[in-house]
Design a binder for this molecule. Structure first.
Ligand code: SF4
Length: 214
């Protein structure tokens, strides 16, 4: 892909989604961390349904550190895996014991917490602390590769290539642009290429002519 095309796509995404932001509801780093752990393989909408009661009962990491898994799990069961409840409590115990009750804000410290991988850490770094970070989830991976912005087989390689391509100050926003585009237009099973504002420059649309355009 030419540099000019990449620039058109990035400018197009920014124009399409100027208001793109996290769809998880949170008001501080602790809430962002808990919501992001719960959101793995679950919709943000479902997470937003359960978190108000969770945050009311456990308002900070120190309160959560004292929770029992048998109490928390029923509250978050609809977000999947039991291990999420255990990881949240274990992470908050480390936050209480090693970070004075405050969620840390480095990649190294965040990924040392149970249930926190690189993607979750990047989401927390940008959304909770405003630190430039580019998280690659399933939407970001799919859309970045379909567009031809990168050519990567793994999320790690996608992150490496995309962070070389996008100016550092736009990493966090670009992550949201790609998620919003993936959820609304460039859907996994059936991308809506005919109505996509990026089809002129998109490699997938050019090479594969998806069914929606036939
Ligand atoms: S043209 Fe199609 S494949 Fe390309 S970004 Fe748009 S919806 Fe996705």
């Amino acid at each position: 892909m030419t540099k000019a095309n990449r620039e058109k796509i990035l400018a197009g995404l920014e124009e399409l989604y100027p208001e793109a932001k996290a769809e998880l509801v949170f008001s501080n780093p602790y809430e962002m961390l808990v919501a992001t752990i719960l959101s793995a393989q679950c919709t943000d909408k479902q997470v937003n349904k359960v978190t108000p009661a969770v945050f009311a009962q456990y308002p900070d990491a120190t309160a959560m550190a004292a929770a029992a898994e048998e109490e928390l799990y029923p509250m978050v069961k609809s977000c999947g895996f039991r291990s999420k409840a255990g990881n949240i409590i274990a992470a908050c115990r480390i936050i209480r014991d090693e970070h004075g009750g405050e969620v840390p804000h480095t990649m190294e410290e965040l990924t040392a917490l149970p249930g926190v991988g690189r993607k979750t850490a990047n989401v927390v770094l940008f959304n909770a602390f405003g630190i430039p970070a580019f998280a690659v989830d399933t939407h970001v991976f799919r859309v970045s590769n379909r567009l031809g912005l990168c050519k990567a087989d793994t999320v790690e390689e996608t992150e490496r290539q995309m962070t070389r391509l996008i100016p550092r100050e736009k990493w966090g926003q670009a992550h949201h642009w790609l998620i919003w585009h993936g959820r609304r237009v460039c859907k996994a099973q059936r991308p809506l290429c005919a109505e996509c504002g990026l089809k002129e420059w998109c490699e997938y649309a050019r090479n594969k002519k998806p069914a929606s355009e036939e």
